[in-house]
Design a protein around this ligand. Structure first.
Ligand code: ATP
Length: 332
């Protein structure tokens, strides 16, 4: 790491679709808030009203002259202005009073991010006052954070299940041998749940409610896999126009989640199909590791296991694998 920067980087940044995490070499994760900004549309230029945690309560509750924006969509930067503002908010908070001279940072990106997507992130970081940036592949950081033997002459397979993107990677000898991604994740699963309630039940819920429904469903399925049952969901009926509560069956949510996870399974099979025989044997021995915040969805593990016949396990604290891996990279 020191070879790219004249001095060791000060910070690492896991800029995710759902969460922004800033990591300091001496203290680890010092900033962990939603990737959100709220702007006022009333001036000549949009003014930042709130960012991170403070902007979260404003989602779906804004008045006409306020707008909540997500800097990233599907794992990559879509709005440079809000990315810059969020970094301007987060980086000084993370550095505290320690700041001196230009900031050097390592930032995670999807392994298959395009040149344009990388360049947009570099621009936002530079505009936010970060002097030098090195981009690193998120699945590589996740593998380090999950404690996989990335430097060894053995193949390991990892599925990084984020909010905006799901990346499948085979790693060996300190690098990524093969990677594919699908630009779906926890955020599109929230959307799929909201769409299903809309079309099947003529019932509207907002983003935050969809997220809660998903987390409640996951909690139920972690303790009662396959059991029948229902969950109460609050929202607005399109038939009556009234706020109300409906009961949604867990089986119905299984179907929605299963359709979604099916796309992830396809990518896993695609990567396994392109993996060399020696690496395949290693993966057969070690199994597949799930990382990222969405790795807790039980159907991801069971459907990959059923489709591949391989052992699949979630890392300990899967949401922290990328930040932990970035922290390790700062230290060495
Ligand atoms: N208990 C839970 N049940 C279901 N999903 C969860 C749970 N906890 C977190 N998630 C999901 O994990 C996702 C966030 O994971 P993570 O922080 O790894 O993503 P990210 O880094 O922001 O996204 P990306 O890397 O795709 O840009 C969110 O979609 C969130 O809904």
């Amino acid at each position: 790491m020191a070879s790219f920067f004249s001095r060791k980087p000060d910070l690492a940044i896991d800029f995710g679709t759902a969460n922004l995490r800033v990591i300091r070499r001496d203290e680890g994760v010092v900033f962990d808030e939603p990737s959100l900004c709220c702007f006022s549309k009333s001036g000549v230029a949009p003014g930042l009203i709130a960012a991170g945690m403070n902007a979260q309560a404003m989602v779906d509750r804004t008045t006409g002259n306020l707008e909540v924006k997500r800097p990233l969509r599907r794992g990559v930067l879509q709005d440079i202005d809000s990315a810059r503002e969020l970094l301007r908010y987060a980086v000084p908070k993370a550095l505290g009073r320690k700041r001196s001279g230009p900031v050097r940072a390592v930032i995670g990106v999807p392994a298959d991010a395009t040149m344009a997507e990388r360049s947009a992130l570099l621009t936002a970081a530079r505009d936010a006052g970060i002097g030098s940036v090195r981009l690193v592949a998120e699945p590589f950081a996740a593998a380090i954070g999950a404690g996989l033997p990335v430097s060894a002459a053995t193949g390991t397979m990892l599925v990084e299940c984020g909010a905006g993107t799901t990346e499948v990677a085979v790693l060996s000898l300190g690098g990524i041998c093969l990677t594919r991604s699908v630009r779906i994740g926890g955020a599109s699963l929230d959307q799929a749940i909201a769409d299903s309630l809309h079309f099947r039940h003529k019932f509207l819920i907002g983003d935050m409610t969809a997220e809660r429904v998903k987390q409640d469903y996951v909690a139920q399925r972690q303790t009662r896999p396959g059991a029948a049952g229902t969950m109460a969901v609050k929202g607005r009926s399109l038939t009556s126009g009234m706020p109300t509560t409906i009961d949604i069956s867990l089986k119905e949510l299984d179907t929605v989640v299963g359709r979604h996870v099916g796309e992830i399974v396809e990518v896993v099979l695609d990567v396994l199909g392109g993996t060399s025989p020696e690496l395949s044997q290693d993966i057969h021995n070690h199994g597949i590791v799930l990382t990222g915040g969405s790795a807790v969805v039980p159907l991801i593990r069971s459907m990959i296991e059923n489709a591949t016949g391989l052992r699949v396990m979630a890392a300990d604290t899967p949401a922290q694998c990328v930040p932990n891996g970035l922290h390790q990279m700062l230290l060495h």
